[in-house]
Design a protein around this ligand. Structure first.
Ligand code: B12
Length: 216
């Protein structure tokens, strides 16, 4: 088994001390920071599957979430060096929020960090953000892209409502909307009326970069 797979296993087994020690060790021995990050993402997906099957419960969700948050603080400085982010001149303005009813923020925080590392000006509104606030802050920030995060099924309607509000206010054509989160797919994207969906941060960043370089 590869070292990153062993790391995934340790996270899934809730061996926090072991997982964090392995994380440090892998990064110090020059394993690509994105590979270490992916090990965590794979583990979260497995924890989610076990939760669905009734093998894991809320404490495991909480524990894995905490592990990932702590790990991100360790990984962050290395992401810069790994080339995942090249700080160029500020390229575009993206407003990011986890929509109302949803408090999952690990993926959102990752996308905010990576967007910043990639030269975007980011306004991160946090979690459980009401539609009104997303709309007014997007206007005030003059956002070129609105990035909505959500992991719950009940996040789809608030996302759809954001797009509808943009349409009602006549500003839909001047802003791109991208939705992200593990559950997103083409069908949800069409339901929401977003311009694109992603289930991983790297894809999201290259898409947003291409929008900005094509000038939206
Ligand atoms: C950790 C976790 C929690 C933690 C969250 C901690 C935190 N601070 O975020 C806690 C314990 C709080 C939690 C609570 C709940 N959870 Co939860 N949770 C998870 C778990 C295991 C991992 C989520 C995660 O962080 N993944 C890792 C990150 C890195 O991945 P990601 O979010 O997908 O983000 C990546 C991409 O999607 C993308 N991305 C994300 N957002 C955005 C935005 C933009 C703009 C872009 C470009 C990209 C992008 O970039 C990220 C990096 O690549 C998932 C299982 C899963 N498979 O997702 C369940 C899961 C999401 N939870 C679930 C549920 C049911 C709940 C609860 C309702 C449980 C309960 N009964 O109370 C509550 C909901 C609370 C609420 N109102 O929001 C379900 C949702 C099912 C559904 N269909 O609605 C899941 C899928 C588990 C399952 N399989 O059943 N949870």
């Amino acid at each position: 088994m590869k070292d990153t797979q062993l790391l995934t296993q340790a996270i899934v087994d809730m061996e926090e001390d072991k997982a964090l020690a392995m994380t440090r060790q892998l990064l110090e021995s020059k394993t690509n920071a994105m590979d270490v990050f992916t090990a965590y993402q794979d583990a979260m997906a497995e924890v989610g599957r076990r939760f669905e099957k009734g093998i894991y419960f809320i404490p495991e969700l909480v524990m894995s979430g905490d592990m990932m948050k702590t790990a991100m603080e360790i990984i962050k400085p290395y992401l810069d060096e790994s080339g995942a982010g090249t700080v160029e001149k500020k390229t575009g303005r993206i407003l990011i929020a986890t929509v109302e009813g949803d408090i999952h923020d690990i993926g959102k925080n990752i996308i905010s960090t990576l967007m910043t590392l990639n030269g975007f000006e980011v306004r991160d509104l946090g979690v459980d953000v009401p539609i009104d606030r997303i709309i007014s802050e997007a206007k005030a920030f003059n956002a070129q892209i609105i990035g909505l995060s959500g992991l719950l099924t009940l996040a789809f309607d608030p996302m759809k409502n954001v797009v509808e509000r943009l349409e009602q206010e006549g500003s839909r054509d001047s802003v791109k909307v991208i939705i992200g989160g593990g559950q997103m797919d083409d069908q949800i994207c069409r339901y929401v009326g977003a311009d694109a969906f992603v289930t991983d941060a790297v894809a999201g960043i290259s898409l947003c970069k291409s929008w900005i370089s094509g000038s939206i």
